[in-house]
Design a protein around this ligand. Sequence first.
Ligand code: DQA
Length: 145
Amino acid sequence: MKFLVINGPNINLLGLREPGIYGDVNYDSMLKIVADECSAMGIETEFYQSNHEGDLVDAIQNARGVFDGIVINPAAYTHTSVAILDALKAVAIPAAEVHISDVTKREDFRQISYAGMACCCHVIGKGIAGYGIAAKQLKEYIASH
Ligand code: DQA
């Protein structure tokens, strides 16, 4: 089983960026942790991060026929991007939404998730552990569908 783990804008600054909200583990360390957690579950991972909406859409489109699942933290584009929602629907690859912080307890503008509307699993507010939890849930979802 092979998953593409996609991260949106500013996730590359993990560790530096508002550590009180997103923690102090940097992006590269997070990738290693998630890759190891997934590997222990028999899941192969590839990672993609971009600060650009269209590049994220391209990555989702290019996942067709290559990946069994997508774990995605669209970051700020979560709350604005119909293009990412449409791309996830178009490729119809099972997808899990991750947010490091608990967006449900933050500003009003973070209360809508467009990408989440195309996702079968949602892991919110569990820190970087959320990626591994989402991969586990996604694996179970795929096994039962
Ligand atoms: C985030 C939450 C978003 O609201 C924010 O814009 C991010 C990160 C999270 O992982 O908690 O960049 O997706």
